[in-house]
Design a protein around this ligand. Sequence first.
Ligand code: URA
Length: 315
Amino acid sequence: MSAYAQLLAAAIKDLEDRKALGERFVVVAPDTLSALTAPVSRGRQSEVAAPTAQSRAPVSAPRPAPASVPSARATSLPVPAAPVHAPAPAAIAPVRPPATIVAPADKPAAFAELRTRALACVKCPHLVTSRKSVVFGVGNPDAQLMFVGEAPGADEDRQGEPFVGAAGQLLTKVIVAMGLTRPSVYIANVLKCRPDTPGQSFGNRKPRADEMATCLPYLLEQIQLVKPSVIVALGGTAVEGLFGQTEVRITRLRGSWMNFHGTPVMPTFHPSYVLRAEDGPDKGRATKRQVWEDMLQVMERLEMPISEKQRGFFK
Ligand code: URA
């Protein structure tokens, strides 16, 4: 066997071992991915033994297939044709998702296994050093509605739960205004560790694209297990992390449905942005109304009852 074929066999075995351990995604540098997807020259092809159907199975096309996050409820909700945003680009190469949807009885075990894996994650060594906790996610594993933020802040890092600081308290108020409770929804972040701030004793930094791409597979698995009917993406960074985009302008995107592997996503302002808007001349009323209009769309999509009083909030 040539050195190339040996290397290929070892790579396939590594992928199959990871898949057997439950990993559903591997992080691949964009350059590596383009090399992998480039047409193989005849000379090189002849060196490689034809892969068996099984050895081909773990690695699929460079973009996640829409079915990779199956959602029975989401498919029953038609997603508007536009704007439809491409899923995460080349930085993440999906391993084919499990063919079976986790049966409800297995869900707690699947969640526990995923949580254990995330809590032991050391993929970002710089964050492992600085974090106090891995902030996995919280809420109802059968929630119809899931909120996705960007990354834990200092309070979340300390307490191990997303959205417990000032922004979190505002998010909880929004959830209650919708007629829901915090435990009835699911809340998670794209990045599970607090972004480090070396040499700084306070403040937060925006998660980097590479950190979010590394962590995204955990969120994908959470979405795959919860199967929410609707996801609310809180802020431009959450949209960037979910869709692998850069420099998202949330002021333009908010209020229009997006589509994440078949699940409708409503992008809206991050609660921290709303808190900052409270310093403005209108005390943040216009921004709050915009967020509220986005939430009214979410409630309509979930076919939740909406009172006249609720329709009029922040008008
Ligand atoms: N901001 C986020 O995006 N997530 C949190 O958990 C807290 C603040």
